[in-house]
Ligand binder design. Structure first.
Ligand code: GDP
Length: 395
């Protein structure tokens, strides 16, 4: 059996274990390294070869994206990662990094429970960092922070340990100030800020494929001094092998992002205004795969063979071929032609996609991004508002 087939089988197995699923987005200001980081994660999970990560830009599926070097369409990919002896299914949604595509970022946030916010260590938090944080928090999506391009502080700007520490702390401080400002009026008292000590902040270099966090440093025994020495002396391969970025980030994802069972009870009241005493509300809170089907479409993509593919989040029930489903705002029902998951830009058909997962569905001809698709007529999800952002130019 081919490697790809094995990965698909393992993903299918894990889809039925919502406790071990993490639905995440990576979001960043343009050029801060989101695509390079995504490729690292795919390579770490065995989806693309290690050597080509960062060059292949597997997440940039559209041709003009590769030419322009910016990510346009939110592409999805599923991968597996072993953390604390348990295999996890990580459904990653890549988000556009360019200001013009803010609407897609907001839609992607509806499908996920955690957002890895990437910030360039040299540039610090930028206007779009603020926008993606706002989009995440409004959807009840938990942020963590990855400070990227730390190699530049060490090798290019030749910063000493104290200077570097100050700079990293100031990035964290700025991000937390933004988060605090956005969560003041929230009803729940959850602390949404990020912290090095808690392990919700990682640092490193997506380009040279190394990364660290407080838990990873404790595990590997490496300290910042040693990391700086290796980076400065061009021993980046050694650095990558001893503290690979993908492990550090995927461990952080498994440890700190909520699984759908923990996330949905908190998120459903935020994004759905239907009767919270109803059976449907209960099945969504419980991520019950035996309940009615509830699927929220967050993106429609064109497939040259299959036509329109609707991707989004299954909040309840289980999507299967042949189901006749209501599409909010339209009359009649649509018949599901196929259900699948994304594997590095390609769609892989599977038998069913249960609650708590990201699915790719064909046959929903009336669906648009934002549609609620369900097996019974229901109050649709709240519409996904586009948060406008300050006009900035690419430097
Ligand atoms: P995106 O727009 O956020 O997806 O950013 P990309 O991943 O396309 O990266 C933008 C540019 O920054 C590219 O030229 C990358 O090679 C470079 N880059 C990404 N990560 C790093 C890093 O860790 N260190 C350095 N020095 N450059 C990086």
């Amino acid at each position: 059996m081919g490697r790809r087939k094995k990965i698909v089988q393992e993903c299918e197995r894990l889809m039925d274990e919502p406790e071990n699923i993490r639905n995440i987005a990576i979001a960043a200001h343009v050029d801060h390294g989101k695509t390079t980081l995504s490729d690292n994660l795919l390579a770490g999970a065995g989806m693309i070869s290690d050597e080509t990560a960062g060059e292949q830009l597997a997440m940039d599926t559209e041709e003009d994206e590769q030419e322009r070097g910016i990510t346009i369409d939110a592409a999805n990919v599923s991968m597996t990662h072993e953390y604390e002896d348990t295999n996890h299914l990580i459904n990653l949604i890549d988000t556009p990094g360019h200001v013009d595509f803010g609407g897609d970022v907001t839609r992607a946030m509806r499908a996920v429970d955690g957002a890895l916010v990437v910030v360039d260590a040299v540039e610090g938090a930028m206007p779009q960092t603020e926008t993606v944080l706002r989009q995440a928090l409004r959807e009840g999506v938990k942020p963590t922070l990855f400070i990227n391009k730390v190699d530049r502080l060490i090798s290019e700007l030749q910063e000493g340990p104290e200077e570097m520490q100050q700079r990293l702390l100031s990035v964290i401080h700025d991000v937390n100030e933004l988060i605090r400002g956005m969560t003041q009026d929230m009803d729940d008292i959850d602390d949404w800020t990020v912290s090095v000590e808690e392990g919700t902040v990682g640092f490193g270099s997506a380009l040279y494929k190394w990364g660290v966090s407080m838990p990873s440093m404790q595990r590997t025994g490496m300290d910042f001094g040693e990391i700086m020495d290796l980076e400065r002396n061009d021993k980046r391969q050694e650095l990558h092998e001893r503290t690979p970025l993908s492990d550090v980030v995927l461990d952080m994802v498994c440890e700190h992002f909520p699984n759908p069972v923990d996330a949905q009870p908190m998120r459903i009241p935020r994004i759905w205004r239907g009767d919270d005493e109803s059976d449907l509300a209960e099945t969504m809170r419980l991520v019950d795969e035996d309940g009615e089907v509830v699927f929220m479409v967050t993106d429609i993509a064109m497939d040259p063979h299959a036509g329109e593919v609707a991707s989004g989040r299954v909040f309840s029930g289980s999507l299967e071929k042949g189901q006749e489903l209501y599409v909010s705002g339209t009359a009649g029902k649509n018949r599901v032609q196929s259900v699948g998951i994304y594997m590095g830009g390609e769609r892989e058909e599977v038998d069913h996609v249960p609650a708590g997962n990201i699915a790719a569905v064909t046959g929903l001809r009336d669906a648009i991004a934002g549609s609620t698709v369900s097996s019974i007529e229901m109050t649709p999800f709240e519409s996904i508002e586009h948060i406008s952002e300050p006009v900035i130019t690419k430097s």
